[in-house]
Design a protein around this ligand. Structure first.
Ligand code: ACM
Length: 478
């Protein structure tokens, strides 16, 4: 990234400002207007260019599809990219150049200067993800949309939804309706749970797509599957359905690897999920299958990978899938706490690409300190600096940096029962992890980053986002 501030060259956003969009950029322009209107109270009409207001142009030449160039002078704001996705990421930078109160949902007094200067910027990684576990505690559609908006600010471009686990199945599958209606009827602690209709899921996918975020749905198997086993007795090896589960143990459930019905079940689920999901990935879980023998695990994973591939999807799996035979296209999500893993490293030598989510750095449900009221600590305590101070491209020994396709920040919800809880654990760490995904390692510097991070405090406050006021961060006051 090149960022050259220009003092005295601020652009003044006023009631007369117009947003000009190239053909193909109207969606991003409407999004920008939607972001700016509530706090400014200005009409900010979107129209075809050219004109001298804020221009969103598809004339960029950055080799990276998400690269953009932003020029702010006293007379105009010009954002250029090659794709709408690039313009969208540039819009997130433009937001950061306005006063923090621009994030307020209600009208605020001006003025509204956009800091003058020249920015050339592009991402380090193509995959920058956030994961939300809606299985342990269900989150309604409105909360998922809210999280999408919160992570879009930091140029996250994938939302991984952990849709199924022992405690709940959260998406209607028409061919197996009891998965949702029964398997989705509770959650950790015994609350009412919930599930998404296929229309709900489609609405989430569309909302995310309008923010250039690709939804990656996860159906976890062969373990983490009690909700499905409870819903259909015939999926169990002994033909007996276990009770619904509302605890927090892991590793006790498994699909019946020797039953042909198991593969019809997977085929039906994958077929519906693939049809509902425009993005390239289906996440098939594969973690902590400790109730399945290694041989059965490999047989099962190999077979279900082929099912997903037959439906035109690329398989993502937790890195445990390297214990099977990953397809050449399968992407493994590293969630270990250690900096070496021989089998994962060996898989990358054969072409497996990695998404990096080491639990000791990237798990947003770990406590910040021993006195954090929420969260877990099995992967360690993760203060903000810890979440920032690691290099996704060099974390795992014996893994070439080119094997790393991206980074993801998962949030597991065993202990997180509300959106407030989720936000408190996600922020500010999600911003630190997003920075690792976006910015080149050459600019990595805690001392400068922590100041930029501190500037987010007033923005979260204005937006009504709950966050942890880490003592490691010099929080700005406005
Ligand atoms: C995991 O944390 N079991 C992926």
């Amino acid at each position: 990234m090149t960022a050259q501030p220009a003092t005295g060259a601020d652009y003044a956003l006023t009631s007369g400002t117009r947003i000009y969009a190239d053909p193909g950029a109207e969606g991003v322009a409407q999004y920008l207007a939607g972001v700016l209107r509530p706090a400014t109270g200005y009409p900010l009409p979107v129209q075809a260019g050219p004109g001298t207001g804020i221009s969103l142009l598809l004339t960029g030449t950055d080799p990276n599809p998400e690269g953009y160039q932003l020029d702010v002078t006293s007379s105009k704001v010009v954002l250029r990219a090659r794709t709408a996705a690039g313009l969208f990421q540039g819009v997130q930078t433009l937001r950061q150049l306005l006063p923090a109160k621009v994030e307020s949902p209600t009208a605020q007094p001006g003025p509204w200067p956009v800091a003058g200067g020249h920015v050339v910027d592009r991402p380090r990684y193509a995959y920058r993800g956030a994961m939300l576990d809606v299985a342990r505690h269900f989150r309604p559609v409105a909360d998922v949309k809210r999280y999408i908006d919160e992570v879009a600010r930091y140029k996250i471009n994938h939302l991984h939804l952990h849709l199924t686990d022992d405690q709940g199945w959260r998406l209607v599958i028409n061919s197996w309706p009891r998965l949702a209606t029964y398997g989705g009827s509770t959650q950790v602690g015994g609350g009412p749970g919930g599930y998404y209709t296929q229309a709900d899921y489609t609405a989430i996918v569309a909302y995310a797509a309008a923010r250039h975020i690709t939804v990656v749905p996860e159906v976890d198997m062969p373990g983490h599957i009690n909700a499905a086993l409870a819903s259909y007795a015939e999926l169990n090896c002994d033909g007996k359905a276990p009770p619904l589960y509302t605890g927090v143990e892991v590793g006790f459930s498994s699909l019946c690897v020797d039953k042909e019905l198991t593969y019809r079940f997977v085929e039906d689920v994958v077929a519906e999920l693939a049809a509902l999901t425009p993005g390239p990935y289906l996440h098939l879980g594969g973690d902590e299958a400790t109730s399945t023998t290694p041989a059965d695990y490999a047989r099962f994973v190999n077979r279900v990978q082929a099912i997903a591939q037959a439906h035109g999807k690329t398989v993502l799996g937790w890195h445990d899938v390297v214990n099977a035979t990953p397809l050449p296209t399968t992407v493994a999500q590293y969630w270990g706490t250690e900096t070496s893993h021989a089998k994962v490293a060996a898989a990358t030598k054969k072409g497996t690409k990695l998404i990096m989510s080491p639990a000791s750095k990237a798990y947003l449900d770990m406590k910040y300190t021993s006195s954090t009221p929420l969260g877990q600590d099995w992967a360690g305590l993760i203060e903000v600096k810890t979440s920032y101070n690691w290099n996704p491209g060099a974390f795992l020994s014996g893994v070439d940096p080119s094997a790393v396709h991206g980074i993801e920040a998962p949030i597991w919800t065993e202990t997180l029962a509300s959106q407030r809880d989720i936000e408190y654990m996600a922020f500010p760490r999600l911003a630190a992890l997003a920075e690792l995904g976006w910015s080149p390692w050459s600019t990595h510097d805690w001392n400068t980053f922590k100041v930029r991070l501190g500037a987010q405090g007033p923005r979260w406050k204005a937006a009504g986002v709950t966050y942890y006021r880490s003592p490691q961060v010099p929080w700005a006051t406005s």
